[in-house]
Structure formats: structure tokens, C-alpha cells
Design a protein around this ligand. Structure first.
Ligand SMILES: *Cc1c(COP(=O)(O)O)cnc(C)c1O
Length: 406
């Protein structure tokens, strides 16, 4: 395991003094767990039986023929339980919380994907679960709220501020500060104060370990690995298996949104992002900031990429030249999603479709004897309320009004 609190100038922990002891306790517990065979065995058992690992590395033969270049493989995290990679981290941290003697977990969630994964893992492992969600998101994301409640979670609708993700983070932290003794804060990506980026990366690194072994078994020569980057957890999960092999290009794709102006995109590391180095949400990294240094609103068609900051490790890997960062705009993403659905019969999540959009640009330029892996971070069922009206608004509106009538 690679453990670090800082990544070049990025990372570290910038939190109120009263929270630091809880982060120190977490660091100690994590490092000891990673050296404890019984913990690792239990994690491996849950990965296999509950999450459904290993997820397949799927050869996209039709798409490969269509594009006429490198052989295309999908690492199918969308087939993991709850439909995305987030469950890998949620299960790992719930196991860690139990080891620390905690009775509850608390999490914030934006669109609700992290909340669903956390609620599921907490239910499985017998922990109480509180999920803070902005009131605006509670209204927009009813299916995820319903699922979390089915898993027994207490979903708290946050009415303060803009009633969005940032306000949910504040109130979740407020809850944590009041209940440190028996509650673990379950952070959902490779962001936040140390040791969270290292912990989340470690629990997601199972993706990269599996993918590396799977391509080796297939005897494929990997030239590039592509992943969407929100906070950076699915990307660091798969990249971690290939970082040491400098011949393999690692490409992260951000939400290009609808334009280059502030508020129109969610680019933090891609060209023309306009992001600056700053300290927010407890860590130092690249953020989209206004002239006062406050975080700016972002836009992406996919909720999971719609975040003004990015994890410290991706920021460092970009700066050091190991990681190539690009962006895909909303239209490119929809086109890529549609093309792959039609030719492979697989519906990618909107987040993962950003990686597909980049694949469509580079695969045709790469030699046929090379392989390229796309991390399918999630499946697209969850996005049907966004994608269906894009393709045929009238039919969707009729469907919804009929549902109401019935
Ligand atoms: C949350 C999410 C992401 C973005 O988060 P990362 O931490 O960057 O991986 C990407 N894909 C899916 C399907 C998600 O749910």
C-alpha cells in the first residue's frame, strides 16, 4: 500500500482543531487495519459476496471494429452492487468504522449516489446511517432518497444556505463534531483532509489490481487507461494498478459542460479550466474560485462530476506530468453514451460516458495491437430522468403524466 498525507504541495489536513484528534484516530485505525490479515480477509469476503467482485473486464468487440484502432476494454464497475464503484469505498469504510468501535456513520451526498452506497453498506454491516442532503437535491433525486430510506438510513434534508451539497457538507460535519465518539464520517471520494484521500484510494484500488491482472491474463498490451474525474476516486482506483508502468498513458476526463466561462463547466485540471490552488473543504488542491477565493458554482450534465474541487493526488499527478487531463462537453457525452449503447448494448452512467467521449477521439488513432481500458464507473439506469428527455422529451412527459394519472 502507498500511504501519504501530502501529494507534492497538495493534500494535508486543514480542519478545526477539535476535529484533528478524530482524523488521527482514523489514520491509526486505517494503518493498523491494512496490516491485519483478518480485516483484509473480511474485506475480500465482502467484495466477493456482497459487492460482486471481481467485476468483468469486457472486450467491446463491436465498438473496436467500428472505431478501427486499439482494442477497447471496459472495466465494468457498473455491475457492482448499487451500480457504481462507490460501494467499494463505502464497504471498506464501514468495516473500518466497526473496527474503531463506532455505531454510526454519517455522510453527505449530492445527487445521492454516495448516500445510496453508504446506506447499503451500513445496512449490511449493522451500522446506523445518517445522510445529509441539500433540500434542493432531496426534491430532484427522489428515487435515491427512497432507496436510502429502504436501506434504513435517516435522510436529513438540509434547509440552510443554498440547500445544496456545500450546505449538506457543513451540516454533516456539524453532526460529526457532536458525535465523534460513536460516529465515523464516511467521505465518498479522494478529497477532504488527510487521511481520507489515501483511505478512499486504497479501497478503490481493487479496481486497478483486478484490471491489471485481467489484461495480463488476456495477454493484452495496454497503451492507455481512461477514467472520468469528479473528486477522482474511480480514476485513482483504476490508475493505481498502472501508475508504475510509465509506458501506459493515464487520461482523466472532466465535465466540460456547455462552455469555458465560470459556471458553465466543472474543469479543474483540464486545459482552460481557470482553476486556482486553494484550501477548501479541509485540504489543499485545485479549485474553481472567484476573486475573493470562494468556490464557484459548476455545471456538468452528470451530477457526479459537478464539483468545484478535485482530489490532491490527481492534482499532483497532473502537475508532475504523469496524468493527462482533458474534458468532454455535454453534447459529446450524450453522443458517446448513445453510440456505445447502440453498438454494445451497454448503458454507461453519464459520468463514465465522459471517458467514452475521450475514447472515441483517441482509439481510432491507436494501433490495432494495443489495448485501451475505459473505466465504466457506473451504469446508466440512474440517469434515465436526465437522458430520456434529451432523446425524446414528448414521450417522456407523456409517460410521467400517465404515471401520475394512474
Ligand atoms: C460519483 C461518481 C463519479 C465521480 O466520482 P469520482 O470520485 O471522481 O470517481 C463517477 N462515476 C460515477 C458513476 C459516480 O457515481
Amino acid at each position: 500500500m502507498r500511504y501519504s498525507k501530502t501529494y507534492g504541495e497538495f493534500g494535508d489536513s486543514y480542519v478545526p482543531e477539535m476535529l484533528q484528534p478524530a482524523l488521527d484516530e482514523l489514520e491509526t485505525a486505517f494503518l493498523s487495519a491494512m496490516n491485519d490479515k483478518s480485516f483484509l480477509d473480511e474485506l475480500a469476503y465482502l467484495q466477493k459476496t456482497f459487492i460482486g467482485r471481481p467485476t468483468p473486464l469486457y472486450y467491446a468487440e463491436n465498438l473496436t471494429k467500428k472505431l478501427g484502432g486499439a482494442k477497447i476494454f471496459f472495466k465494468c464497475e457498473g455491475l457492482a452492487h448499487t451500480g457504481a464503484h462507490k460501494i467499494n469505498n463505502a464497504v471498506g469504510q464501514c468495516l473500518l468504522a466497526k473496527r474503531m468501535g463506532k455505531k454510526n456513520v454519517v455522510a453527505e451526498t449530492g445527487a445521492g449516489q454516495h448516500g445510496v452506497a453508504t446506506a447499503s453498506a451500513a445496512a449490511k454491516l449493522g451500522l446506523g446511517c445518517n445522510v445529509y442532503m441539500g433540500a434542493v437535491d432531496v426534491k430532484r433525486q427522489h428515487p435515491n432518497v427512497f432507496t436510502m430510506q429502504m436501506f434504513g438510513a435517516n435522510v436529513v434534508s438540509v434547509e440552510s444556505g443554498n440547500k445544496g451539497l456545500a450546505d449538506a457538507v457543513d451540516e454533516a460535519l456539524g453532526f460529526w463534531i457532536k458525535s465523534l465518539k460513536d460516529t465515523h464520517y464516511l467521505l465518498g471520494s479522494v478529497v477532504g483532509p488527510a487521511p481520507f484521500p489515501a483511505i478512499v484510494r486504497e479501497f478503490q484500488s481493487v479496481i486497478g489490481r483486478e484490471a491489471k491482472q485481467q489484461v495480463q491474463e488476456l495477454g493484452q498490451d495496454v497503451a492507455a487507461v481512461i477514467a472520468a474525474v469528479g473528486g477522482g476516486s474511480n480514476a485513482m482506483g483504476i490508475f493505481s494498478g498502472f501508475l508504475d508502468d510509465e509506458k501506459i498513458q493515464l487520461i482523466g476526463v472532466e465535465g466540460g459542460g456547455i462552455g469555458d466561462k465560470y459556471g458553465e463547466h466543472a474543469k479543474r485540471l483540464a486545459p482552460n479550466s481557470g482553476a486556482k490552488t486553494g484550501i477548501h473543504h479541509g485540504y489543499k488542491s485545485k479549485f474553481l474560485l472567484d476573486s475573493n477565493g470562494d468556490v464557484l458554482p459548476t455545471h456538468s450534465i452528470s451530477a457526479g462530476l459537478d464539483y468545484p474541487g478535485v482530489g490532491p493526488e490527481p492534482a499532483y499527478l497532473k502537475e508532475s506530468g504523469r496524468l493527462t487531463m482533458t474534458a468532454a462537453n455535454d453534447d459529446e457525452v450524450i453522443n458517446a453514451l448513445k453510440l456505445v449503447a447502440k453498438h454494445e448494448g451497454i448503458l454507461f452512467a453519464l459520468e463514465s460516458s465522459h471517458a467514452l467521449a475521450e475514447l472515441l477521439k483517441i482509439a481510432p488513432t491507436m494501433p490495432k495491437d494495443k489495448a485501451v481500458i475505459v473505466n465504466m464507473s457506473g451504469r446508466g439506469d440512474k440517469d434515465i430522468f436526465i437522458t430520456a428527455p434529451v432523446f425524446n422529451k414528448q414521450e417522456w412527459v407523456e409517460f410521467l403524466s400517465n404515471e401520475i394519472k394512474n
